[in-house]
Write a protein that binds this ligand. Sequence first.
Ligand code: 5AD
Ligand code: SF4
Length: 484
Amino acid sequence: MKKVYIRTVGCQMNVLDSEMVIADLKRHGYVVVDTPQEADCVLYNTCSVREHAEEKVYSALGTIRQDKENHPEKTIGVMGCMAQKDQDLIFQKAPHVDLIVGTGQLGEIPRLIRETRDSAEREQQKAVSLGRRDGTVAEVSGSFQSYDPLRDPEMRPSPYQAFVRIMIGCDKFCTYCVVPSTRGPEQSRPPSQILSEVHVLADQGVREVCLLGQTVNSYKHTENGQLHRLSDLICAINDVEGIERIRFVTSYPRDMTDDLLQAVRDIPKAVRYLHVPLQHGCDEQLRLMKRGYTVAEYREMMARINETIPGCSVSSDFIVGFCGETEESHQLSMDSIREHRFKNSFIFKYSERPGTKAADLMPDDIPEDVKKRRNNEMLALQNQVSEEDNAEFIGQRVSVLVEGLSKTAEKQAARNDEGGGSGLARQLMGRSMCDRIVVFDGNPRLAGSTAEIEIHDCTGTTLIGSIVTRQVQHGSSELLPIIG
Ligand code: 5AD
Ligand code: SF4
């Protein structure tokens, strides 16, 4: 029995990629182990969006060097975005690495591990896709392969939730972002393939699917002469028995079309939550970022969302300290949080990424301490907004898909070494239909079912409540009155 250890950093795409790679390796006789020390093969699934994420991996590679020297037969692999972006540079910086496998070549991993292991000289192996300018669109697209149908239920954080990739790549080319080069051209998967994958997941017990794409609402695919958009896909998945909720991330503001908003409003299983990053509240910054919309256009989109889907939650991403950001433009981003009252925002300090337009053309001129202060200011404001809006739920009832033990209960269970599966009431967590995290006391066996929770307290990130009744039937669309 060969043993594999995998460490994943980065976004949901990477979590899903790791799930697929592990499923593939298990089919080749591997078992997963918890530490790199006990593994025959150590894989790092990497992220390049910010420099910090890359530093973490280079540091982990430094730590494992001694282990590799003591056990030269151990295979060390770097996969994902950093592998695609840095390629041979990784071999130069970390010569003990055996494999470099880009995001579009992950299906090659079992073969590459075998080839390194079996070659007399333990030759280093590399499989990466073409750069965006290294061929025709068709050639570059073809070099990013997807091998999604492989699934491994055990690698999922929850047995009731699963990611489903509906598209790969990105063609938006925001000036700060490496994703168009690390994940290649935008390509939508055929709806029939996605649908059969959802059926398999439902049979495995999955209750909620989260559809993934860098710009998930740009999804379009023509099959049998018919154009399928994201709204059509949600409609088709709504009919899959066993699936109770359908989410999707991340949306691109310009592609937030009315048919999609109407689908979120009308399709019973569609979660009333949209993640549509604004990135900045100042037109000049949006222009330099090449986001493709103005503050006024984003405002118009928000108005359409609020008119079409009452009670819909919207969350955003922001970048602080991008090239030339003045104090005034920073204040405009702050104003946009006050105006749109996002459910939550992910706030990032600008990190210059080699190979991007911003790195080539615009100086990274905001000092680190200013970035940090602006980041903290925005976080504090967003927390205040989130807490105020969460307080509106106090006294109301929300329908929650129970995911399992809350983080606090999980830590407690780990301390007491209990496993957490017993019938005693513990603190559980789940999400409302508008993506609010809800904690409440209940029997851990409720995981995977829908419960009605009355809210009596909150923090900026969490609603706190207690169980009122429980829905028994899975897959029923006769949901309880949904507030959240
Ligand atoms: N620096 C900082 N944040 C970035 N993001 C993308 N590229 C960068 C960068 N170079 C942020 C954006 C995006 C999120 C996933 O990461 O806000 O929406
Ligand atoms: Fe990056 Fe922009 Fe594409 Fe999002 S839309 S992945 S920020 S290039």
